[in-house]
Design a protein around this ligand. Structure first.
Ligand SMILES: [Zn+2]
Length: 202
């Protein structure tokens, strides 16, 4: 066998001893060239993978953006709907006012009952003078209330607030009622309104 000839380990064809690549099958024959070829191949694969990844992430970003947009839209529609429903359930001013007056009258009757049971004391005497000379009817309590207090209802988009104003709480008033989701909750306290006329106290 010629000194300059060897056989390709891949295809068995005769090739030059110093050949780095088989001219028959195209295989690399030395370790260095083989490795270099592998590295180059891997680099190419890596590059094409990077390119694919980049394109893919661009698409993904677009998808994410539209997903977020849809989520925001759904969120807005959902809460908008809820707000509309709640808005429709805000109690009317008339209902609020009636609840406040009724609560105030109950407050007066409770107070009067507790004072008459005590039968003694300056405050009892004062209250008694207010109510016992006339009959304690809801009408007379309301008449007395109207002379010294006014009611305002602040109807908001989602709820309603009722206030009592009198000479002590002129502009700001005292919050005595809350309306929300079709429910009216009055919480009038004895201290929130005045029944005695100004003339009598001065
Ligand atoms: Zn070969």
């Amino acid at each position: 066998m010629d000194n300059k000839i060897k056989y390709c380990p891949y295809c068995g064809e005769k090739i030059l001893k110093e050949a780095k690549k088989c001219r028959h099958c195209g295989e690399w024959l030395t370790e260095e060239t083989k490795k270099a070829a592998e590295i180059k191949k891997r680099e190419q694969e890596q590059a094409s993978f990077e390119k694919w990844k980049e394109e893919h992430s661009e698409k993904q970003k677009k998808n994410n953006a539209s997903d977020i947009l849809i989520s925001i839209l759904m969120y807005a529609i959902f809460w908008g709907g809820i707000a509309l429903i709640v808005h429709g359930t805000v109690p009317s001013d008339t209902r609020m006012e009636r609840a406040i007056i009724k609560d105030m009258q109950e407050c007066v009757r409770d107070k009067t009952t507790s004072y008459t049971s005590l039968l003694l004391g300056d405050e009892a005497a004062e209250i008694a003078s207010l109510f016992f000379d006339s009959s304690i009817s809801d009408g007379s309590i309301f008449e007395q209330f109207k002379k010294n207090n006014s009611i305002t209802i602040e109807s908001k988009w989602l709820w309603s607030v009722g206030k009592i104003h009198n000479r002590n709480t002129v502009d700001e008033g005292t919050v005595v009622c809350f309306g929300f989701l079709g429910i009216v909750i009055p919480f009038v306290e004895w201290e929130d309104f005045i029944l005695k006329d100004e003339k009598k106290t001065n």
